[in-house]
Design a protein around this ligand. Structure first.
Ligand SMILES: C[S@@+](CC[C@H](N)C(=O)[O-])C[C@H]1O[C@@H](n2cnc3c(N)ncnc32)[C@H](O)[C@@H]1O
Length: 292
């Protein structure tokens, strides 16, 4: 298995050459139903899912970004079927997250504008790395949190202390964000790499980066088995992770190799991420805030 390499080939064939339990994090997005043709290539979902499970480390995370086509007036439901299959083969469905788009280029006239895709976050057992991003400004910054109430299964409420270590705490400037993430995809927004827009379905760099920061640490191995223009690989490299990309189409592999080859350690080259933004990224201990 070659680290920091983009493979050309079918993702199942390539992953079969990898040892078991080596990948810390996968961030990927498959072809959605038959919405795009990707030069005529397709993938075997069930075999891909099984290989992803096999190569993931215990505690590793696999993020699957997907949406449904609407055929003859009905959404296909492929996203849900895939999510349930991942659970069937052993993955834990850690979080069903939403990628909300700030724009909708081709709205239909008989339903509300489709504004989101799913980001299913799976883990192999309990996730070993959780660095929740805290960038939501707290309105009550500087104030005191004394206690709050929690509802018990029987409907009664009890008062809970604001902090395990003491009865009060000060509200921080930023709180942990929710699981609906908003991005503006589209030309000059998803990336500044203009040539990458030849790929028909690139996801925003910021989306890949947010997952990489959340579910991996520097030095970890990040995989994208259908890497397209190489967004996940580029963002993994920019953030000090090792990357492995796979795509079946030669043209996209060339593009992905060019993108990772151009990465320098300049965060302000990345679309939407202002230089020095690390200051806003506060890692919160999993134990304190893990949702039950
Ligand atoms: C939704 S796109 C991924 C886009 C990528 N996230 C990006 O930001 O550019 C899906 C990709 O899967 C690739 N693909 C399709 N079948 C494949 C297979 N069997 N093995 C590997 N890649 C495949 C397509 O060539 C396409 O680039």
């Amino acid at each position: 298995m070659n680290l920091n390499h983009i493979y050309q080939g079918d993702c199942v064939d390539v992953m079969r050459t990898f040892p078991e339990g080596v990948i810390d994090l996968t961030v990927t997005s498959p072809p959605y139903d038959n919405l795009r043709t990707y030069k005529g290539y397709d993938f075997n979902f069930e075999e891909t899912a099984k290989e992803l499970y096999r190569v993931t480390k215990d505690g590793g995370v696999m993020v699957w970004v997907v949406a449904d086509a609407t055929i003859k007036g009905s959404e296909t439901g492929t996203s849900f079927r895939q999510a349930l299959y991942f659970k069937e083969i052993g993955f834990n469905l850690h979080d069903t997250m939403i990628y909300q788009k700030n724009n909708c280029p081709f709205p239909e006239t008989n339903r509300y504008y489709p504004m989101f895709e799913y980001m299913f976050v799976f883990s192999k057992g309990k996730p070993k790395t959780v660095n929740l991003i805290a960038d939501k400004p707290n309105k009550r910054y500087g104030g005191k949190v004394v206690s709050s109430t929690q509802r018990l299964p029987d409907g009664k409420t009890v008062k809970v202390s604001a902090n395990k270590t003491g009865p009060t705490r000060t509200v921080k400037k930023y709180g942990v964000r929710g699981n609906v993430w908003q991005y503006s995809p589209g030309y000059n927004k998803s990336t500044k790499d203009k040539y990458a827009y030849k790929h028909p379905a690139m996801f925003p760099e910021q989306l890949a980066q947010d997952h990489i920061l959340s579910w991996s640490n520097p030095g970890d191995i990040v995989l994208d088995p259908m890497c397209g223009s190489g967004t996940t690989c580029k963002m993994a490299k920019l953030n000090g992770r090792n990357y492995i990309g796979i795509d079946i189409a030669e043209e996209y592999v060339e593009m992905a190799r060019r993108r990772v080859g151009e990465v320098r350690d300049e965060r302000d080259k990345v679309s939407g991420i202002p230089a020095g933004s690390e200051g806003r990224l506060e890692v919160v201990e999993l134990a304190r805030i893990e949702r039950k």
